[in-house]
Design a protein around this ligand. Structure first.
Ligand code: PEP
Length: 252
């Protein structure tokens, strides 16, 4: 059974000061929530402050994006090598990056491979839009995103996949646990088995999309949901820790 993980995606929120305070709050409470990996993903500029704030605790740190090249004339970009000294994880292919910044399965794949080479653990996000779901294409879309995003990836021990239906992100309209399980135990697991054989079953799968302390347990009770990628509810330390506690309880 893959390990349980709860990761907080802070998006473009917090300042240097509030990020450090939020991280310290999570670190202070982390000891009381055992049995789940806790990851905080602040904006780039706060990575060092968050790393320092959680140092000595078991809380880990992740970035929200990166460029696939190691260095060079890419103004405003940040490479995996730069992140490797600051954090352990990196979120890749979030739907906001796909929709607002033109990321494709191909660019996500370049990033995933570069992240792994640099020793970062990618949290690869996939998920269908409302139009795709209503057209009956959700499973095909998600399966295609996993297959394309993970092409030529060989070492999957550091890989995490997050299913985030676009229509559930930041809308307060979470998927049902059954919908999430259907995609995660179906399309996503099928794609991982296609790519990696039985080893694909060891990749932790996170549900994301309006997760909160009230619904996290019901998602984590599903067989192929091993935790959550949390946006809004990760901006309050107590709420984030309550989500983690609910996942721990559900996973027994
Ligand atoms: C996210 O941004 O990854 C996310 C799931 O956001 P929210 O929890 O706010 O829907």
């Amino acid at each position: 059974m893959p390990r349980s993980i709860v990761a907080g995606n802070w998006k473009m929120n917090t300042t240097l000061e509030t990020a450090a305070r939020l991280a310290a709050g999570v670190a202070a409470g982390a000891g009381s929530v055992g049995g789940v990996e806790l990851i905080l993903c602040p904006p780039f500029v706060s990575l060092a402050a968050v790393r320092d704030a959680v140092s000595g605790s078991r809380v880990e740190v992740g970035a929200q994006n990166m460029h696939h090249e190691g260095s060079g004339a890419f103004t405003g970009e940040v490479s995996a090598e730069m992140l490797a000294g600051l954090c352990q994880y990196v979120i890749l292919g979030h739907s906001e990056r796909r929709q607002l910044f033109g990321e494709t399965d191909e660019s996500v794949n370049l990033k995933v491979r570069a992240a792994l080479l640099a020793g970062l653990r990618p949290i690869v996000c996939v998920g269908e839009t409302l139009e795709q779901r209503e057209a009956g294409d959700a499973a095909d879309v998600v399966e295609g995103q996993v297959l394309a995003g993970l092409t030529d990836v060989t070492d999957i021990s550091d890989l995490v996949v997050a299913y985030e239906p676009v229509w559930a992100i930041g809308t307060g309209r979470a998927a049902t646990p059954e919908i999430a399980q259907e995609i995660m135990g179906g399309a996503i697991l099928d794609a991982l088995r296609d790519l990696f054989g039985d080893a694909g079953e060891e990749v932790p799968l996170l549900y994301g999309g309006s997760v909160n302390a009230g619904n996290a347990g019901a998602f984590a009770e599903q067989a192929n949901i091993h935790g959550g990628l949390v946006g809004g509810a990760s901006l309050q330390a107590d709420q984030f820790l309550e989500v983690a506690a609910a996942v721990v309880e559900a996973k027994g």
